[in-house]
Ligand binder design. Sequence first.
Ligand code: T3D
Length: 263
Amino acid sequence: MSHQNEILFEIQDGVAFITLNRPDVLNSFHRPMAKAFQETLNACAENTEIRAVNVTGAGRAFCAGQDLAEAVPAQGPAPEIEDIVRESYNPIVTKIRQLEKPVICAVNGVAAGAGANIALACDIVIASEKASFLQAFCHIGLIPDSGGTWFLPRLIGLPRATAQMMLGEKVPAAEALEMGMIYKVVPAEELAEVSSKLARHLAKQPTKGLGLTKRALNASFDNDLLQQLEVEEKLQGEASHSHDYLEGVKAFQEKRKPEFKGS
Ligand code: T3D
C-alpha cells in the first residue's frame, strides 16, 4: 500500500506547510505516517529556504494519536508498544524541539493522545474554537507519552496536568487557552488563514535569532538562573554575529523596515 499522501508537504513563501492526512481515522499515526512526518521534519531542518513550519490536520481532527488498529491488530502479533514510542513518537518530538525554526501548530479539531502532546511540543499553538485536547491514554491503560508528562506540567502546573492525565477529559480549546496550554483560539473558518499569516510573518523574521531563542528556551528547563544566564550570554554572542542583527540595527538607525535573510 502506498503511504505517499499521508503527510502533505508544500513550501510557500519560506513556510513549510505540513498536513497530517489520514482523515478517515482522525489522522492517527501508524508507523509509515510517523516515518514520513519525521522525514518531512528532517527536510525542514535541512532546507534553508524554509524559515517557518505550519502543521495541521486534514478533515475534522488534528490527530487522534496512535492508530489503535496498528497497536492491537485484529489478526497477527501486536507490535511492542515500547518500540513504537521509541521509533515513532520520540523522534517526532525531538525533531520538533531541535528544529531551530518556529513551528506553528494549527489545531483544527480534536488532538488526542500523542496527537495532543505533539501539538504541545510545537512553538506556537493556535486552535480552532472547535478543537479540543485529550490525554486519552488513561482510557486504554497507557501512560501519556510524546513528551506529555514533560510539557503539560510545565505549561499548566502539576495539579491540572495530573487531573487531565488521570481523568482523560476533553479540554475545549477555550479552556486550554485560559489555563495557558496554548497561544490563541480563533473561529474555525479563520484558523488556516490566521496560522498561515503568522507562519509567513515568522518566515521573514531573523530565523537565526529565533532558532537560538528556541535553543535557550529548551535549555531553560534544565538550568538554574546562573546556568541560564550563561546560556543567554553565549547564544547572544552567536546571535550578534548574524547578518540579521546588523541589518536589524541598521534598519532601526535608518528608520526603515529591516530585510532579514534568516542568517
Ligand atoms: O502504540 C501505542 O499505542 C503507543 C503509543 C501511544 C500514543 C497514543 O497516542 S495512545 C492514545 C491513542 N489514541 C486514543 O486512544 C484516542 C482514540 N480515539 C478517540 O478517543 C476518539 O476517536 C476521539 C475522542 C479522538 C474522537 O472521537 P469522535 O467521536 O469525534 O470520533 P470517532 O467516531 O471515535 O472516530 C472517528 C473514526 O476514527 C472512527 O472510525 P469509524 O468508526 O468511522 O470507522 C474511529 O475508529 C477512528 N479513530 C479515531 N481514533 C483512532 C481511530 N482509529 C484508529 N486509531 C485511533 N487512535
